[in-house]
Write a protein that binds this ligand. Structure first.
Ligand SMILES: [Zn+2]
Length: 299
């Protein structure tokens, strides 16, 4: 038992929740319960190009139907004072963190398009969803940029672009090349990733003026005093990236517990396109949360 335990469910309202999400969230809830701790619902609605407003009430309803109970969230009174719990209302936290990273020289502006990066001959893919490893094209231009502009005064959106002057830059985190980032995962044990080899300089702030997942996640987990992050194994390598962000921001990382991903019959991981396995569809088919949980406990 650890009543100080604070865990979170962090769904994004980009589609219907499916059984794979529910399984990971269930582990998160069980771990919070076993510790007599607190569970937080954080609505990851920062990316307005992807989420749809009508999914938010649906998402909350689906979670409640399945048996999730959180003590802090967008639909609860903010007793701890650590809200708000909608990322769309937390922009000032993210801009403050970006300023800190810029002032500390941890990030640089990158004006490469996706195509520029794909076309770079030396761009192997990172072993996860982040796409090709960034070849470092804009890395060494940051000194010119730093001399040419006042880092602390310039608002993010007016930063000079370098290669495509018409477009605002992405802000990338400069990873310490060759450094092994290790952590002990609560489920998978010792993990090691080499910065600059397994993953490259990653975006923390997008050219369309939206904080990237990596930054928003770290800022919120720290501000909400999360003690253990429970999430899918697809984010194992992102944990290494995030550990670098915690360090740069002078924050202490939480513990991490990654869950194996649920696979479909073809061995592919469940995605939002598997609408038949959405909680909504399963409920409409007359399935009960108890029977669904029993299935995964057996399987
Ligand atoms: Zn670039």
């Amino acid at each position: 038992m650890n009543p100080q335990y604070r865990g979170r469910l962090a769904p994004s309202p980009t589609g219907l929740l499916h059984l794979g999400h529910a399984r990971t969230f269930w582990v998160a809830q069980e771990r919070a319960r076993a510790n007599g701790g607190t569970l937080i619902l954080r609505n990851e609605d920062i990316d307005s190009t992807r989420f749809r407003l009508e999914f938010v009430p649906q998402m909350i309803e689906d979670l409640r139907w399945f048996g999730f109970e959180w003590q802090e969230g967008p639909d609860c009174p903010d007793k701890s004072g650590l809200g708000p719990y909608n990322q769309s209302e937390r922009r000032s936290f993210y801009t403050a963190a970006l300023e800190k990273l810029r002032t500390g020289g941890f990030v640089y502006p990158c004006t490469c398009s996706r195509k520029d990066i794909r076309d770079a001959a030396s761009a192997p893919n990172a072993g996860d969803d982040e796409g090709p490893i960034y070849p470092g094209t804009c890395r060494n231009k940051s000194d010119e940029w730093r001399v040419a502009s006042d880092v602390t005064a310039a608002p993010v959106t007016s930063s000079p672009a370098i290669r495509h002057p018409s477009r605002p830059p992405n802000w990338r985190f400069r990873v310490p090349d060759g450094e092994t980032i290790s952590f002990t995962d609560g489920n998978f044990g010792e993990q090691k990733f080499v910065a600059g080899k397994d993953f490259g300089d990653f975006v923390v702030w997008r050219h369309d003026d939206v904080p990237a997942y990596q930054l928003a996640c770290v800022v919120d987990d720290a501000a909400m005093q999360i003690t253990e992050v429970v999430r899918g194994a697809d984010l194992l390598m992102s944990t290494a990236r995030q550990i670098l962000l915690y360090r740069a921001l002078g924050l202490t990382p939480p513990a991490f517990y990654h869950c194996a991903l649920m696979l479909d019959e073809e061995g592919k991981r469940l995605a939002k396109r598997h609408d038949a396995l959405s909680l909504r569809a399963l409920r409409e088919q007359g399935k009960t949360p108890e029977s669904l949980r029993r299935d995964w406990e057996d399987g």
